[in-house]
Design a protein around this ligand. Sequence first.
Ligand code: KG4
Ligand code: ZN
Length: 392
Amino acid sequence: MNILSIETSCDETAISIVHVSDNTDRPVFQILGNHVASQIALHAQYGGVFPALAKREHVKAITPLFIQVLKDANMHKIGVNDTLTESKKNDIEILLTREKEMHHDIIESIYALEKPQIDAIAITTGPGLEPALWVGVNFAKTLSMLWNIPLIPVNHMEGHVMSVVAQTSGDTFEVAPITFPALSLLVSGGHTELVIIRDWMVYEKIGQTKDDAVGEAFDKVARIIGLPYPGGPAISALAKEAREKNLTHEIEFPRPMLHSGTYDFSYSGLKTAVLYKTKEMGALTDEHKKIIAREFEEAAIEVLVKKTLKAIDQYSIQTVMVGGGVANNTYLQSELRKSIQQYNPEILVYFPRTDFSTDNALMIGVAGYYQFLKNKNGAQLDTVKACGTISL
Ligand code: KG4
Ligand code: ZN
């Protein structure tokens, strides 16, 4: 089967088409088309993402991006769509009343196409920025109506959980072996969560952040010391240099909630501690910045590693799956691998490959496939809604 997936929860418009062959218990995914239009450069000027601006950019990007993905997948064919009746056109017009620009682009570029060989449409419905999510949701609903294709709502975090199933590079991958119970550490700009996975699509959240997410803390600390958005990669690069050159200072930032006895996290106090320290230090030299980056990164990551290890022990975890943008952090990767190796080398540890780690549509396609197996008819269209705060 072929799955189209669409992701617009934050600052990336992402669309992909995958082919899934499922003759064994480890399905094989083949990427037929996959693109991400990033708004990062735009938001970088303001140091963060503004929802209204993000929405506008998604509206502009989504139709051309879809056409590009169709072309790559060899599914872009001008032809007749017999099912496009006047009443369907009316329904689509009503659906897109508040999306005039998108409606126009769809009429121009999509009405004249033959129905592509797509068996299901997976769409991120949340969590994320609601105005941004709605762009993808309404676009996906339109395609679903236009071509009578089942619509599969996908939780963005579930996408990040499933992002690790691709453990090989290239356009074709077999789902990596996963032994349950598995544990997902979700670390992104909006989330810091520990989730037990008892079986495919069966989740139990055991902990989450009480305030800022860890990626958000990286971004805010970057801003405090004058680094560009997104701050994670920039902080991580400076911290690496500080470690290599053995730069240290009498700074030790707090490890928030390390001994709380729960699996919850808190990163806002750590960020504030960095803010006070930098004020105290006055004008920051490049060396100061490296040291702050290092000390902050080590504090932030130590809490993640220790809590993950505690959960592995308490829940007899067999597989650890790390998802979200912060999974790119090489210090987190090495520290977590090292401690799990020491604890029990049999435990499987997966981080996503780079193109699956920050927001992308491939992970939504993978999660969408497993959701589709549970409900092959898809969701009733009028029940599919964007929800900024939906939980796993
Ligand atoms: O998953 P993601 O792309 O978007 C959200 O759903 O939030 O995650 C983006 C977050 C940003 O906060 C970014 O600073 C962080 O991931 N990030 C990193 C690294 N690469 C990206 N944080 C730490 N180290 C990195 N190497
Ligand atoms: Zn994300």
